[in-house]
Design a protein around this ligand. Structure first.
Ligand SMILES: Nc1ncnc2c1ncn2[C@@H]1O[C@H](COP(=O)(O)OP(=O)(O)OP(=O)(O)O)[C@@H](O)[C@H]1O
Ligand SMILES: [Mg+2]
Length: 343
């Protein structure tokens, strides 16, 4: 467990980065710190491993006051992952991952064996170990960053916008990987992000900060969505409260019917009855067919993009099963929303 008690950070230039913070982060859980730029997230994180010293207050990790521990030793016992991975450019991937074990005096052989094992854990091929960081994609570099932080098997992992610099598809993959790893490892993770969707996806608890280093609310995602503490939190979650719920619901329950005849647009299929595009007398527009497992949010999106307001529904093989209307989707969206407000 990580415990902040009345922690204050005033920088010499007069900026209060963190204001009277008292917060308990549960052991073995992911706590996500969110809030707009400059609200003190990074400062809060860096006070845990003493890269920043608080002006007053105490921070305990596993019951021990961090001020009473050797800073370098403390840092080695806490994994730290940052945006752009922070890898050493002139060391191979394997040596990057082995950094902390080597510092801990494990010996080269054992450290490398551990690094090789971690490459696999984070989903990289063994060959990647011999490369240099610049020879990897951004997403692969972030995986190496995570592997390096895990190398000495620290109980605590600090992650400062670790997936902030990769594209949305890779970001989702990395989030999936982290969730999978966390199921196995149950680390105490403090994760900083700007992205409330990422927070809801990854967090067991979410702490929302406001400029000036004020903690406004810390709660489980569902609690936060259902009962924001004040207007600031509600604004921060915004209209996305409903959309987030839709992203958790699938299309499965939405009724489907046959493609209506005689309209301006027809749905063109190939010989296997797989949708190709929407066609009118003089235009063609793309169609993105959806399966039962797709979310209500993608359905709503697709129905708005569709010239007919209809979405094409297919089975797992991509063969058309029917269409659903924007109204059908809306009706289910409304139902989902009502349930959240009543919760
Ligand atoms: N070394 C420093 N000296 C003076 N002020 C600082 C220092 N580090 C941070 N600050 C200020 O403290 C406040 C909090 O900064 P911090 O980096 O913790 O914010 P953040 O929430 O991580 O922001 P971002 O989302 O942009 O990363 C900001 O106003 C920042 O300018
Ligand atoms: Mg920051």
């Amino acid at each position: 467990m990580i415990q902040f008690d009345a922690v204050h950070k005033l920088f010499p230039n007069g900026t209060t980065a963190v204001h009277d913070l008292s917060l308990a982060l549960p052991e073995g859980g992911v706590t996500v710190l969110v809030g707009s730029s400059g609200c003190g997230k990074t400062t809060t994180l860096r006070m845990i491993n003493r890269m920043v010293e608080p002006t007053s207050g105490t921070i305990r990790v596993g019951g021990k006051d961090v001020q009473e521990q050797d800073a370098a030793e403390l840092r080695r016992s806490i994994g730290y992952v940052i945006q752009q991975s922070g890898l050493f450019p002139h060391r191979t991937v394997l040596d990057n991952i082995a950094t902390v074990p080597l510092l801990l005096g494990w010996g080269r052989r054992k450290a490398r064996a551990r690094a090789a094992e971690l490459l696999e854990t984070v989903g990289l091929a063994p060959e990647a170990g011999r490369r240099y960081p610049h020879q990897l994609s951004g997403g692969q570099q972030q995986r190496v960053g995570v592997a390096r932080a895990l190398a000495a098997d620290p109980p605590v992992l600090l992650m400062d916008e670790p997936f902030g610099a990769v594209d949305p598809v890779v970001r989702t993959q990395l989030q999936d990987e982290l969730l999978r790893l966390q199921k196995e490892l149950s680390k105490t993770i403090v994760f900083v992000t700007h992205d409330i969707d990422e927070a809801v996806r990854l967090g067991d608890r979410i702490a929302i900060f406001r400029t000036g280093g004020h903690l406004i609310q810390c709660a489980e995602p569902a609690e936060l969505l259902a009962r924001p503490a004040d207007d600031f939190v509600a604004d921060f979650l915004g209209a996305e409260r409903g959309l987030k719920l839709l992203s958790l619901r699938t299309l499965a329950d939405v009724p489907q019917g046959a493609v209506p005849e005689g309209g301006t647009w027809t749905l063109v299929l190939d010989e296997a009855r797989k949708p190709l595009h929407w066609a009118s007398k003089d235009a063609e527009l793309p169609v993105r067919p959806l399966q039962d497992t797709d979310s209500l949010l993608s359905a709503l999106n697709e129905s708005v993009a569709s010239p007919t307001g209809l979405i094409a529904r297919v089975d797992a093989a991509g063969v058309l099963t029917g269409v659903s209307s924007r109204d059908d989707i809306h009706e289910h969206a409304n139902r989902a929303h009502t349930e959240v407000v009543a919760a």
